[in-house]
Design a protein around this ligand. Structure first.
Ligand code: CP
Ligand code: NVA
Length: 311
């Protein structure tokens, strides 16, 4: 039996290097089977409930299509339509859904809500993004980097901008697999100290480095990958104007590209705001792999679903 069966997927921090490697290997295998047109009904007859309290394009579609490709079924449940939106406790929702479905994916605000859901669910719970973390994104990103650059350990990823959920999951994911990571942003928007501390612990084990700085050029020096994300995440829309000024020096543009390794990959989890965190030229330029990243959400999450929910 695989060590992932029946587990929750709330944070990459809960998974070993070996388990992450197993997920990535299986994702590559499923991607090839899909491209060859080989059926792979590993979740025949199984159902995934998908709870969304925030909007989504990639997460919703990739999970739903992924379940279909695995021979199962996915249920889209918006929080407005669930009794949870009217105040039914998370623990009751978790217990009841567990009697109907084989797994629950949730996108919400508070990470503690996902932890609560997981503690009362008897089926695997998958974090489809919280204010704190976005582990499915980073799993797909690791798959993309490995495909493009042929390895993970020893590479350097520079993240510019807000110390948000994506930055947090990158800090944890990169340091688990031995990638050096540098995060540059205004000090008031740095990643949470507890996440940085965990990343530093991981880095000590996997022999890589963690740098948090205000200097974007210091961060991108010798970087193999430049990564950015929106300056105002979902739920922070009212801070958009203020953030636009504060984050301006961290825009990923031509000058930033020139300061990294020649040919460095440009990554963004999407959706992107051209002219804010990244210029249109760089987002759509030769070094950008953003659409491959989006595609790999499908393959990485299929591996995750099959290993957590499979027989
Ligand atoms: N990257 C990502 O999670 O996109 P969605 O918000 O469209 O799901
Ligand atoms: N940091 C962004 C990621 C969107 C996929 C947000 O939370 O809105």
């Amino acid at each position: 039996m695989n060590s992932l069966r029946g587990r929750h997927f709330l944070s990459l921090q809960d998974f070993s290097l070996t388990e992450i490697a197993m997920l990535l290997d299986f994702a590559r295998d499923l991607k090839q089977r899909q491209k060859r047109g080989e059926p792979h009904p590993l979740l025949a007859g199984k159902t995934l409930a998908m709870i969304f309290q925030k909007p989504s394009t990639r997460t919703r579609v990739s999970f739903e299509v992924g379940m279909w490709q695995l021979g199962g079924h996915a249920l889209f449940l918006s929080s407005q339509e669930l009794q949870m939106g009217r105040g039914e406790p998370i623990k009751d929702t978790a217990a009841v859904l567990s009697r109907y479905v084989d797994g629950i994916m949730i996108r919400t605000f508070k990470h503690s809500d996902v932890e609560e859901l997981a503690s009362f669910a008897t089926v695997p719970v998958i974090n489809g993004l919280t204010d704190l973390l976005h582990p499915c994104q980073v799993l797909a990103d690791l798959l993309t980097v490995e495909e493009k650059l042929g390895k993970l350990a020893g590479l350097k990823l520079a993240y510019l901008g807000d110390g948000n959920n994506v930055a947090h999951s990158l800090l944890l994911g990169c340091t688990k697999v031995g990638m050096n990571i540098a995060v540059a942003g205004p000090e008031n928007y740095w990643p949470l100290p507890e996440i940085t501390a965990k990343a530093r612990e991981n880095a000590a084990t996997s022999r890589c480095s963690v740098l948090i700085t205000v200097d974007p050029l210091e961060a991108v020096k010798d970087a193999d990958i430049i990564y950015t994300d929106v300056w105002a995440s979902m739920g922070k829309e009212e801070e958009k104007a203020e953030r636009k000024n504060v984050f301006a020096p961290y825009q990923v543009n031509d000058n930033i590209l020139k300061a990294a390794r020649p040919g460095a990959l440009v990554m963004h989890c999407l959706p992107a705001y051209r002219g804010d965190e990244i210029t249109a030229e760089v987002l759509e330029g030769e070094q950008s792999v953003v659409i491959d990243q989006a595609e790999n959400r499908l393959h990485a999450q299929k591996a995750l679903l099959a290993l957590l929910m499979g027989n």
